[in-house]
Ligand binder design. Structure first.
Ligand code: ZN
Length: 342
């Protein structure tokens, strides 16, 4: 890939900020919905936050339709989502891209990791994995998925290849990875996860031939020059896996900001899986106000149109998230220590 090493747009000018933090010139944000249904009130929060963040810092905002999990996609949902965003005045600064059209990029990334000895084929069925876990005394908790025990790291043992996995125990130079992946969320502060111990070697290409979410996201964020990932808190614990992938592929790590989730009447996070309704795009200002409230923004009472409210919130966002906010692995935490585990 032809991105500059720091992930900024080609041709952008690096300006060193007085604090020494990474410059925000050329900031690129994105919203990346799965077309498994129309956007609900919770997904509008992530869309609004990512739009505000890009605009508050003079950057560009992109939309990417994450349709790699084709069996879960609903025909026409992508167009419905784009129409909902448009009604709210959330318009991308470049034509949207569809992940289903980008398989060549994902294959090239997998090939690079395979050649570096970091990706390997796995022949395990679900049952093989459960048996291997049980043999190691691992018992599944109420919510937790057990880590993959690394059965096929040293070969397929005569089984046919099913999926491809990433080695989480060493880097591209063959050195052992020691300790957890550490990174800083712009809101939630210092985070750490030992991916090998808590998740294990995770899937890059699934047994059904579909590309795994983690690989597609990492490849696309880099290919699109995304500098700032702003998305729902439910994806916080995916971040360490994505950072490991960025390192395996020699890609820059963006800054991360995870936004609050919206609970439904049952107290569970709103999701398409639990039947969350589409937000009301016929009343875009009311829907945006509801999303802004979740983000702790003021009401923008004088606004008559979405554009006026967006302008007020952009100014407010700018005072809350300064361009010199530290982020990225190795930066000092700016909020209380919190650790998220899978
Ligand atoms: Zn295996």
């Amino acid at each position: 890939m032809a991105e500059p090493a720091d992930g900024r747009e080609p041709g952008s000018t690096a300006v060193v900020s007085p604090s020494g933090a990474p410059p925000r010139h050329g900031c690129v944000g994105r919203f990346a919905p799965s077309p498994t249904g129309p956007l609900h009130a919770g997904s509008l929060v992530a869309a609004l936050a990512s739009w505000l963040d890009a605009h508050a810092h003079g950057g560009r905002w992109l939309v990417r339709i994450e349709d790699v999990d084709t069996p879960r996609c609903i025909p026409g949902a992508d167009r419905a989502i784009l129409a909902q965003l448009d009604a709210c005045g959330l318009r991308p600064d470049a034509p949207p891209v569809w992940q289903s059209q980008r398989a060549d990029l994902y294959q090239a990334a997998l090939d690079r990791m395979r050649d570096a000895g970091l990706a390997y084929p796995c022949g395990c069925s679900r049952r093989d994995i459960e048996e291997a876990q049980a043999a190691r005394g691992l018992v599944r908790g109420r919510h937790a998925a057990l880590p993959y025990p690394g059965t096929c790291r040293d070969g397929l043992h005569g089984k046919p290849a099913r999926a491809w996995r990433l080695r989480t125990d060493r880097d591209a130079a063959g050195r052992a990875l020691a300790g957890p992946v550490r990174w800083t969320d712009r809101d939630h502060g210092a985070q750490a996860q030992d991916v090998e111990r808590e998740v294990g070697d995770f899937v890059l290409r699934r047994a059904d031939g579909l590309w795994a979410y983690q690989l597609a996201v990492v490849v696309d964020d880099a290919a699109q020059g995304v500098t700032d990932v702003v998305r729902g808190l439910d994806l916080l614990d995916n971040t360490p896996r994505q950072i490991l992938l960025q390192r395996a592929l020699g890609l820059p790590t963006p800054r991360y900001l995870h936004t609050p989730l919206v609970a439904g009447a049952d107290g569970q996070k709103l999701s398409k899986q639990n039947g969350a309704q589409a937000f009301d795009a016929a009343r875009p200002l009311a829907s945006l106000r509801q999303a802004a409230r979740v983000l702790g923004l003021r009401e923008a009472p004088g606004a008559q149109q979405p554009a006026e409210a967006l302008s007020a919130w952009t100014a407010e966002w700018k005072t809350r998230y300064r361009p010199t906010d530290p982020a990225g692995p190795g930066d000092p935490p700016r909020a209380a220590l919190s650790t998220m585990r899978t």
